[in-house]
Design a protein around this ligand. Structure first.
Ligand code: HL5
Ligand code: SIN
Ligand code: MN
Length: 270
């Protein structure tokens, strides 16, 4: 699949691009089934909600579940990523934010690249994120909210808070924008939240300001986020590198699969 020039331009203008129903229902079922399996794997890559046992995020599922290993090379996804970032790329980070029904907490307003610059010494914002909807995303279940065009301002915030919310990863709480910064940006850019059926994919910039509200609905909002980084731009950590579940070590360039991930697994969908 190739993006049209209009889609590429839209991504660069707004900092995100939504492709509705890129994956079909059978594929979504395969991915959610793989997530259920992966949630049972204990370890520090599994982050729970504050004070509870509900899963907040799971990292590096693509290293444990073949569906995800193939998904990041899917011919509908990887070539599109390379149109948006015309470089050899590898997966820098892979996570699934679970946002469980009745209690998935907020993700504070932030820019991803600030996290990776501070925590990993990532030299440049040469990344593309993909957000794969594992559930229908509506106004009710805590959709990601973007400030369209805010990626063009570069980093608007520089600091990390003294106390970390989590020892397992850098939670956006630690680098969240101040209310004043957010209000000024919203004045200029407004807000929008891409919504759509499970199987939709949103491509988004590492510099776009984004966040999401708690989920008080009866519907989970599981969102898979894979971050591709240019192979020419590996992290240069100042001290001890972060664990490999949060910052992937394999920087070899990815090549697209010939068939969609579901076919590659021998479960051909129509
Ligand atoms: N949790 C990520 C990390 O690298 C950073 C956040 O949305 C990405 C800000 O630890
Ligand atoms: C994030 O930016 O990592 C969190 C966004 C979300 O899951 O709502
Ligand atoms: Mn983010």
């Amino acid at each position: 699949m190739r993006l049209t020039q209009q889609q590429v331009d839209e991504y660069h203008a707004n900092g995100f691009l939504l492709m509705e129903s890129l994956l079909d229902g059978d594929e979504v079922r395969q991915l959610t089934e793989a997530f259920r399996r992966d949630c049972d794997v204990p370890g520090p890559h599994r982050v729970t909600e504050d004070g509870g046992s509900q899963v907040r995020a799971v990292y590096a599922s693509h290293r444990r579940q073949p569906e995800y290993a193939d998904l990041v090379r899917d011919p509908r996804i990887l070539p599109a990523v390379r149109q948006l970032l015309p470089e050899d790329v590898y997966v820098y980070q892979f996570k699934i934010n679970a946002k469980p029904a009745f209690g998935g907490d907020k993700w504070a307003w932030h820019q991803d690249y600030l996290a990776w610059r501070i925590a990993d010494g990532l030299p440049a914002p040469l990344q593309v994120n993909i957000g794969v909807f594992l559930d229908d995303v509506t106004e009710f279940n805590g959709p990601v909210i973007f400030l369209p065009g805010s990626h063009r301002d570069g980093l608007v915030h520089r600091e990390r808070k003294a106390d970390a919310k989590s020892a397992q990863h850098l939670d956006p709480d630690d680098i969240s924008l101040t209310p004043e910064q957010l209000a000024a940006l919203v004045d200029r850019h407004g807000m929008t939240s891409p919504k759509g059926p499970a199987g939709s994919v949103v491509f988004f910039s590492p510099e776009i300001v984004h966040g999401s509200a708690p989920n008080m609905s009866p519907w989970a909002r599981r969102l898979l986020i894979a971050t591709y980084n240019a192979c020419s731009n590996p992290p240069r950590p100042q001290g001890e590198p972060r664990p490999d579940y949060v910052v992937c070590r394999d920087t070899a360039p990815l090549t697209p699969l010939e068939h969609r991930f579901s076919a590659a697994l021998g479960m051909v969908t129509s």
